[in-house]
Ligand binder design. Structure first.
Ligand code: CU
Length: 111
């Protein structure tokens, strides 16, 4: 009796830990141009449910995202970035969102 109780509580513990487990991923942000892009993406991605932390490196064109693996996955995060007007890994930017970006955030505009 007692041992089955221990096993069940152990299982519950393991499962609850698992859903809180965080994953970290580098996302290629090939189309970002400036500090404003960084702000837009960091703000937008941190609003995605399950995202713990997001840091964008403009120079390297990379976003380092920490997220709860049981709550959100990379595809959802890439879609959120696309909806902001930027490409993320192999997900291309939503063209409508891209059009609304400030001039300095568009590709090929010299600074
Ligand atoms: Cu920009």
């Amino acid at each position: 009796m007692r041992s089955s109780f221990i096993i069940v509580s152990l299982l519950v513990f393991i499962i609850s830990c698992d859903s809180r487990k965080t994953a970290t991923a580098d996302i290629q942000l090939a189309t970002i141009q400036c500090g404003m892009c960084k702000k837009t993406i960091e703000r937008g991605v941190s609003d995605v449910k399950g995202v713990v932390k997001v840091e964008v490196d403009v120079e390297k064109k990379i976003g380092l995202v920490t997220y709860k693996a049981g709550v959100v996955d990379l595809a959802v995060i890439e879609k959120a970035i696309s909806a902001l007007g930027y490409g993320a890994n192999n997900t291309t930017a939503n063209p409508t969102a891209y059009e609304t970006l400030p001039r300095c955030c568009k590709i090929g505009v010299s600074h």
